[in-house]
Design a protein around this ligand. Structure first.
Ligand SMILES: [Cu+2]
Length: 653
C-alpha cells in the first residue's frame, strides 16, 4: 500500500525517481513556482548560463555573451553527458558555439540536476566528468487549475531585454504547460567602459508540455520546444552565428504497476547551425560553415523499491539513439573558384545501452549506491567525399567503426553524530567524439591550430576516487569535497609538423592523440553559517589541478577560486552581497596554447522585494566597481561585463 502510494506520487510528479536519492550531487531549482525560491538572485529571468553557474562543480567557457559551454570537474563537453529530460541531443557546431544547454530557455525548466563524475544518470553515456540533466517544467495532474506567469527584465549594460509569458492548465485527466520567451541584447561594455564588439544576440523560444491520463495507471506525455537564436556575436571567435535553431520533441508513455513505475519515451530533435562572417571586417577569405545534427531515440526506465530490512531503490534503463552529424565549409577566395570541404563527414552513430542503479538504505545512518552502464556503438561515415578526404591522411581507415563503452561506480555514506562522511569510486570509458575521430581541418581559435580527427583513437577511460566530509550543526555547516580522475588514453590534440595548415593565419596542424595517462583533481571547501534569524553567510573555496603524461599542465583548469555571499532577509525583502574571484592562474598550459589569466575580484549586490503573493521585483548591480577582468575560462581572454544594473519583474496570476 505504502509502495503503491509512493509510486503514484512518483508517477504523477516526475519521471526521474532517482531525485530522491543521495547520488544527485546537486539539483538547482530554476522555475519560480509560487512559494518556491530559486537560487539565482535574478530569478527565472536569468539566462540558463547564469543558472548553470550557480552549481557547485560547474564553470562556464565563454566565447561571447550567449551559449556558454558548461564545464564540470574541469572537464568540457566531450567528457560530459547533457540530456534534456533524459533525451540525447548533440550540438551542430564544429566550433562548439552551441552547447546543448543553449537550446532551452530557463522558463522551460523546472530544475537542473548534476551528477558529478562517473555515477551518471541512467541515460548518460560517456560521462567521465559528470552528467547534467535539464528537467522540463511540468505542472502535472491535479495542480492549480490555471496559472499564468509573466516576466520582464532589463539589464542596462548591453541593453538586454527579456520577456516571457507562460500558462499552465491542470485537471485530473489532463495538463498543459506552454510558454513563449524572448531575449535580445546589444553589445556589452567591459569594465572601464569599452564596448565589446560582436557580443550581441537575439533568441526566441516556444515550448509546450502536455499530459493525458488514460486510466488511473496509464499516462501519455508530450514535449515540444522550438528555439531559435539569430544574430549571435562571438567576440572570442572569427565568426558569428546567423542562425542556431533547435526543434526538440518527445512522446512518452508511463505505466504504473502495483510494484513499479515504467516509463518509455521516444524522441526526435534537429539542430541547425549557420555561421556567418559577413559582418566582420578584414575577412580575407569569406566562408560558409553550416552544421546539422539529427537525433532520434528512445529510453525505457523501470523503477521500483524492494526489501524490508534493507531497502533497495532500483532503476533499470534501456536506451537507444541514432544521431547524424554533418558539417561542411565553402571558402570564397577573392576572384578564385570557391573551395569546398566536408568537416564532419555525415557520421551516423547508433548507440544502445543498458543501465542499472541500486540505492540501498542499510539503516538510518548508512547507505550504499551502485550504478553501472554498458553501451555499444556503431558509427558509419556516410559522406564519401569526407571519407575520401580523411583517408588521404589515414590510409588504413574504414568507413565504419564499433565501440563498446561502460561505467561502474559505487559509493558509501555514513552519518554519525553531527557529521557525514562519504567515499566513492568508479571506472568508466568514452568513445572519441565525432570531432576527435573524424573532424577535418577544424580551426581552433584558442591555440590557433587546425585540428584533424584521428579515426584510430582508442577509447579514453578514467578511474575516479571521491570523498566528502561534512560537519553539520544547527547553525553552522562545513564540508570538504575532493575527487581525482586518473585517465588512461586521454584524448587531446598534439602537433603534427608533417601537415600544413589550411586556415589563413593558423600556426600548424594538430591531430588528436591518446596520451598514455593524465590526471585531474578537484578540492573544494564550503561553509554555511546562520548568523542570526535574518543574516546568513556562505563561502566556497576551490582548488583544481590537471596534468598530462609528461607532468605539464592541461589547459582550461580553474585556478584557485572563491565566492562568498552575505544574505539579509526579512519577510518580504531579501538582500545579498556577493564577492567572487580567482587567484592568478599559475598552473596554465602554454604547451597547449593557453595564456595566463590575472587574478580578479568582483562585487555584486542584489535586492528582491515580494510585493504580494503574485508580484516580485528583483534588482541589483553586478560588478559594482566596474572592474575590467576576464576569467580563465573566457575564450581568448575576452573581458567580462563591466558594471551592470538590472531590474526584473515577475507576475504570477
Ligand atoms: Cu558555429
Amino acid at each position: 500500500m505504502l509502495v503503491t502510494a509512493l509510486l503514484t506520487t512518483l508517477l504523477m510528479t516526475d519521471t526521474v525517481t532517482l531525485d530522491r536519492v543521495r547520488n544527485l550531487d546537486e539539483v538547482l531549482i530554476v522555475s519560480n513556482e509560487r512559494g518556491k525560491r530559486t537560487r539565482s538572485v535574478k530569478g527565472a529571468v536569468a539566462g540558463i548560463d547564469e543558472h548553470l553557474g550557480e552549481l557547485r562543480n560547474v564553470n562556464l567557457v565563454r566565447r561571447g555573451s550567449y551559449a556558454w559551454e558548461p564545464v564540470v570537474n574541469n572537464m568540457q563537453t566531450e567528457r560530459l553527458s547533457t540530456t534534456i529530460d533524459g533525451m540525447k541531443i548533440f550540438y551542430a557546431c564544429t566550433d562548439k558555439m552551441d552547447p546543448v544547454t543553449s537550446y532551452v530557455e530557463s522558463g522551460n525548466l523546472q530544475s537542473i540536476s548534476l551528477n558529478s563524475g562517473l555515477d551518471g544518470n541512467p541515460q548518460a553515456t560517456g560521462n567521465i566528468g559528470g552528467s547534467l540533466d535539464l528537467k522540463l517544467r511540468k505542472v502535472g495532474f491535479e495542480a492549480d487549475p490555471r496559472h499564468v506567469s509573466l516576466s520582464a527584465g532589463h539589464e542596462w549594460n548591453g541593453h538586454l531585454q527579456v520577456y516571457g509569458a507562460d500558462a499552465a492548465f491542470s485537471s485530473y485527466r489532463t495538463y498543459l504547460n506552454t510558454g513563449v520567451f524572448y531575449r535580445d541584447a546589444d553589445c556589452y561594455r567591459v569594465g572601464g567602459g569599452e564596448l565589446l564588439n560582436y557580443s550581441q544576440f537575439s533568441k526566441v523560444n516556444l515550448f509546450a508540455n502536455a499530459g493525458l491520463r488514460l486510466t488511473d495507471n496509464d499516462v501519455l506525455e508530450t514535449t515540444f520546444i522550438f528555439d531559435r537564436a539569430t544574430d549571435v556575436g562571438y567576440p572570442a571567435l572569427n565568426m558569428d552565428v546567423a542562425k542556431a535553431q533547435g526543434l526538440i520533441t518527445s512522446l512518452s508513455y508511463k505505466h504504473l504497476f502495483g510494484w513499479a513505475s515504467w516509463e518509455t519515451k521516444a524522441y526526435y530533435n534537429h539542430i541547425i547551425h549557420i555561421m556567418d562572417d559577413t559582418t566582420r571586417p578584414d575577412v580575407l577569405i569569406h566562408m560558409d560553415m553550416p552544421g546539422d545534427s539529427w537525433t532520434t531515440g528512445l529510453y525505457s526506465l523501470l523503477t521500483t523499491s524492494v526489501g524490508q530490512e534493507l531497502q533497495h531503490d532500483v532503476a533499470v534503463n534501456y536506451d537507444l539513439y541514432y544521431n547524424r552529424l554533418f558539417a561542411d565549409m565553402t571558402m570564397y577566395p577573392g576572384g578564385a573558384a570557391p573551395m569546398y570541404m566536408v568537416t564532419w563527414p555525415d557520421v551516423g552513430t547508433l548507440n544502445t545501452g543498458l543501465a542499472v542503479t541500486d540505492n540501498v538504505s542499510v539503516d538510518s545512518r548508512q547507505s550504499l549506491r551502485l550504478s553501472a552502464k554498458v553501451a555499444w556503438q556503431n558509427q558509419r561515415l556516410n559522406n564519401q567525399e569526407g571519407y575520401n578526404g580523411q583517408k588521404v591522411f589515414f590510409p588504413l581507415m574504414t568507413d565504419h567503426y564499433y565501440q563498446t563503452t561502460g561505467r561502474i561506480a559505487a559509493s558509501y555514506q555514513l552519518s554519525i553524530f553531527n557529521s557525514q562522511f562519504s567515499i566513492g569510486t568508479g571506472w568508466g570509458s568514452r568513445a572519441p567524439t565525432v570531432t576527435e575521430a573524424y573532424g577535418y581541418y577544424l580551426n581552433n581559435t584558442f591555440d590557433q591550430y587546425d585540428y584533424m580527427g584521428n579515426p584510430h583513437l582508442s577509447n579514453e577511460s578514467a578511474f575516479e576516487l571521491n570523498s566528502e566530509f561534512s560537519i553539520l550543526k544547527s547553525e553552522f555547516s562545513v564540508s570538504l569535497n575532493s575527487n581525482v580522475f586518473l585517465f588512461k588514453d586521454y584524448i587531446i590534440g598534439r602537433l603534427d609538423d608533417r601537415l600544413s595548415a589550411m586556415t589563413v593565419g593558423a600556426e600548424g596542424v594538430k591531430v588528436y592523440r591518446n596520451l598514455d595517462h593524465a590526471t585531474i583533481a578537484n578540492l573544494s571547501l564550503t561553509a554555511d553559517w546562520q548568523i542570526t534569524d535574518r543574516l546568513t553567510w556562505n563561502g566556497k573555496l576551490g582548488y583544481s589541478a590537471g596534468l598530462d603524461d609528461e607532468g605539464d599542465n592541461l589547459p582550461l583548469i580553474s585556478p584557485v577560486a572563491w565566492r562568498t555571499q552575505l544574505q539579509y532577509g526579512t519577510g518580504r525583502v531579501q538582500t545579498e552581497l556577493e564577492v567572487r574571484g580567482n587567484a592568478r592562474q599559475t598552473n596554465y598550459a602554454p604547451k597547449y596554447g593557453e595564456t595566463q589569466t590575472e587574478s580578479w575580484n568582483i562585487v555584486n549586490l542584489s535586492v528582491q522585494y515580494q510585493v504580494n503573493s503574485g508580484i516580485s521585483i528583483r534588482g541589483g548591480v553586478e560588478n559594482l566597481f566596474d572592474k575590467r577582468y576576464s576569467a580563465y575560462s573566457d575564450w581568448n581572454n575576452i573581458p567580462q561585463k563591466g558594471r551592470n544594473v538590472y531590474l526584473n519583474l515577475t507576475i504570477e496570476l
